[in-house]
Design a protein around this ligand. Structure first.
Ligand code: SAH
Length: 336
């Protein structure tokens, strides 16, 4: 969080004061400056008077049958953004954060683009989404905490690179939330110059790529951004990424019946991915209102997995749950 840091610097407070506030916010999970008892009463009061502790206001929350939680927040200008907490076995709790107020990417199968891009979220606004769930878990299930973060909400993290990276550095910081970089995943589909910057960051973060097709023809139809950087350019950049980082890339492939689920499409994809350090997540399509698409059959998904296996590309078919609260990928479009 940067807002109080700037403030404390401006009023000439010593550096250790900032560290006290960091600890109180990230580790003690306070909900107001008044609660930071390591600060003098005068400073607590002054900060409470001068600064807003929260930038996002929770306006709705839904819990699905399997405990997935979706929260609708409102920014100061009343824009709505969503975050999701996903519960897994082994005490894993993943927060999916939003990093923009809506989207400018126009993937035809996704509900979020229909809302148009309004603005980027600040690093503080991104972190606040994570802290919200961290506080909630502490209160309701103190034996749990946030263990993973995915930048897969609304909507293109590499469109908002500086703020996203700043939020990651804060979350990763040992003196703040101290979440391992390997537990943080950033997902993108096209912003190649930023992928190149990302590979130079000295952090062991995970990169996920929304690929969704094996040929330019199909990819451009469902993801217009493919016309900016065609598949081969994307793959060349990712090859450079792997050479630089030695990290496996996670590819996402949403299954759209009769659109990207032909065998020729799968064959083209493995040709792009063979011998690469890749893992493919096969994602059942989640339907959105007024839909033109349908999810591929289970059979097709298994066939796809088998083809990839034959060529040594590991693949997982994702289970798509939680649709009862419209939380799922491509369904974040703030229905209240
Ligand atoms: N802009 C980034 C972050 C979005 S992440 C990116 O493109 O990677 C969200 C993931 O959900 C992406 O892989 C996206 O393509 C996928 N998705 C979007 N709509 C979906 C839907 N209706 N069903 C399943 N997955 C969807």
């Amino acid at each position: 969080m940067n807002f109080y840091k700037k403030y404390l610097e401006e009023i000439w407070e010593k550096k250790f004061r900032i560290q006290q506030v960091d600890k109180a916010i990230y580790q003690d999970l306070v909900e107001g400056f008044g609660e930071i008892t390591t600060l003098s009463k005068t400073l607590r009061e002054k900060m409470s008077k001068d600064l807003d502790f929260f930038r996002l206001k929770k306006i709705n929350e839904k819990v699905s049958k399997d405990w997935t939680q979706k929260v609708l927040f409102e920014t100061k200008e009343w824009f709505k953004v969503e975050s999701v907490l996903m519960r897994h076995d082994n005490f894993r709790n993943t927060v999916c954060v939003s990093c923009q107020v809506w989207c400018a990417q126009w993937c035809t199968f996704c509900a979020t683009w229909k809302l148009w891009l309004k603005r980027n979220l600040s690093s503080d606004e991104i972190i606040e989404q994570v802290l919200y769930f961290q506080r909630k878990l502490k209160k309701t299930e103190p034996w749990h905490k946030v263990t993973n973060i995915v930048y897969m909400g609304m909507w293109e993290p590499f469109h908002n690179y500086e703020e996203v990276l700043d939020s990651i550095k804060n979350i990763h910081d040992q003196k703040k939330m101290w979440l391992g970089a390997r537990h943080i995943t950033v997902s993108t589909s096209w912003v190649l110059p930023k992928i190149k910057e990302f590979m130079k960051e000295d952090l062991q973060l995970n990169l996920a790529i929304s690929i969704h097709a094996g040929t330019d023809e199909t990819r451009s139809k469902i993801m217009p951004v493919n016309k900016i950087y065609p598949l081969q350019d994307l793959i060349d950049t990712l090859e450079e990424y792997v050479k630089n980082t030695w990290r496996r890339i996670f590819y996402e492939y949403v299954m759209l019946k009769w659109v990207n689920d032909k065998e020729s499409e799968f064959e083209a994809l493995w040709k792009l991915l063979e011998w690469k350090l890749a893992h493919l997540n096969i994602i059942p399509y989640n339907s959105a209102p007024n839909d033109i698409y349908e999810c591929s059959s289970r059979n097709t998904m298994y066939k796809f997995k088998e083809i990839l296996k034959k060529y040594d590309v590991p693949a997982t078919i994702r289970v798509s749950l939680w649709q009862d609260i419209d939380w799922a990928c491509g369904q974040l479009a703030w229905k209240e």
